[in-house]
Design a protein around this ligand. Structure first.
Ligand code: PLP
Length: 399
């Protein structure tokens, strides 16, 4: 393999000089044969780990039939998947795209169309929250608060209800929020804040949009994070885990919220193709099976308990353990990038987020033994960092 500098890939990513050639469950095997415990899951994507037999069989089966037909025709696989997503959620209708950003674009467009066909075309602005991340297209960057792309989005301080009320004006169409801010540092939005947003939307005729691209499809131990708060949105974006690693995004909505999205208002060439639908159908078979989500919650408790012990032993390395289910954040005292590097040296791969947080995103199928192994690796990395901080004479105190 050429050096990263000599590669012809557009250099938009600060990549680690490491490549993987295969995966098995929660493990990734690098091109040099080294085995890594995968606590990133391709950034919350590989919910069933790598090479899950049910997913492999479903995609292989479908690949022999038909991959893509376009949305000029009915796609029975997409109709079936939409039925299942609606049966398991607040939603009545689903639009399929190929990524989180596309799911969000549909959500934003839908909220504006709703106001427009409700006789209020002046309502186009969306209230969003500082620290949010909604994607990398221009509109979704704007929703995430990138100053130069801010047109049409009003950012308020996370968790500030009075500021949210002040941000709502005659041009406001919707409020958009992640129930847990993933990229922003695994910051859990308190359920009472989500309930207050729901009330505000109902009082002011606004739509409530949840971005569950990172939290959705089992990651938090519920099928959708909103289910824990008891608050239903009008529109919800999904992606990441939905295809189990196959690129797929979805925008779910109530019939009422989607009433402006008539033929010709939106579309996608690839969206909802039979291959992606086969992957998502297989993923749902596993995630919706009896006991699967309960097991995610149990594994989460074990992981968070052990991490809390490590935090207590190494307060100069880890300040806080946060998150829900298997979306867990370690707020670091040392730079988060240093902790990620030290964990990788232990052959445990993790991913940094905002607020100096290291995210632990194991596949949802991770076993208790694998969690125990990850914890041992985290402990060793913390001990090494603490040792370097205190110097060799105090080595014993850190352990
Ligand atoms: N929304 C949230 C909450 C995300 O975490 C992400 C990606 O990390 C996106 C949207 C954008 O998804 P994609 O990268 O698939 O466009």
């Amino acid at each position: 393999m050429k050096s990263a500098q000599a590669s012809h890939l557009l250099p938009v990513y600060a990549r680690v000089d490491l490549a993987f050639e295969r995966g098995e469950g929660a493990w990734l095997v690098a091109t040099n044969g080294e085995r890594y415990l995968d606590f990133t899951s391709g950034v919350a994507v590989n919910a069933l780990g790598h090479a899950h037999p049910h997913l492999v069989a479903a995609i292989t089966e479908q690949a022999k039939k038909v991959w893509h037909v376009s949305n000029l025709y009915r796609i029975p696989e997409a109709e079936r998947l939409a039925d299942r997503l609606c049966a398991a959620s607040f939603a009545d209708v689903v639009f399929f795209g190929n990524s989180g950003a596309e799911a969000m674009e549909c959500a934003i467009k839908m909220a504006r169309k709703y106001q427009s066909v409700s006789g209020q075309p002046e309502r186009y602005r969306i209230v969003t929250f500082e620290g949010a991340f909604h994607g990398r297209t221009l509109a979704t960057l704007a929703a995430g608060g990138q100053k130069k792309y801010l047109e049409g989005f009003d950012q308020v301080v996370f968790g500030d209800l009075e500021a949210t009320k002040r941000a709502i004006g005659p041009e406001t169409a919707a409020i958009l929020i992640e129930p847990i801010m993933g990229e922003g540092g695994v910051r859990v939005v308190p359920p009472e804040f989500l309930r207050a947003l729901r009330r505000l939307c109902d009082e002011r005729g606004l739509l409530l949009v949840f971005d569950e691209v990172q939290t959705g499809v089992g990651r938090t131990g519920q099928l959708f994070a909103y289910q824990q708060s008891g608050v239903s949105p009008d529109i919800m974006a999904l992606a990441k885990a939905l295809g189990g690693g196959f690129p797929l995004g979805a925008c779910l909505a109530t019939t009422e919220a989607a009433k402006g999205m008539v033929a010709g208002t939106h579309g996608s060439t690839f969206g909802g193709n039979p291959l992606a639908m086969a992957a998502a159908g297989a993923l749902l078979d596993v995630v919706l099976a009896d006991g699967f989500l309960a097991r995610v919650r149990r594994t989460s408790l074990i992981l968070k308990q052990k991490l809390a012990e490590i935090r207590d032993r190494y307060p100069a390395v880890i300040a806080e353990v946060r998150g829900e289910g298997l979306l867990v954040g370690l707020r670091a005292v040392v730079p988060s990038a240093q902790l990620v590097d030290e964990l990788r040296a232990e052959k445990l791969i993790t991913v940094a987020a905002g607020d100096n947080v290291v995210r632990l995103l194991p596949p949802l199928i991770v076993s208790e033994e694998e969690v125990a192994e990850a914890v041992r690796r985290i402990e060793r990395a913390c001990a090494r960092i603490a040792q370097a901080q205190t110097g060799p004479q105090r080595q014993g105190a850190a352990g």
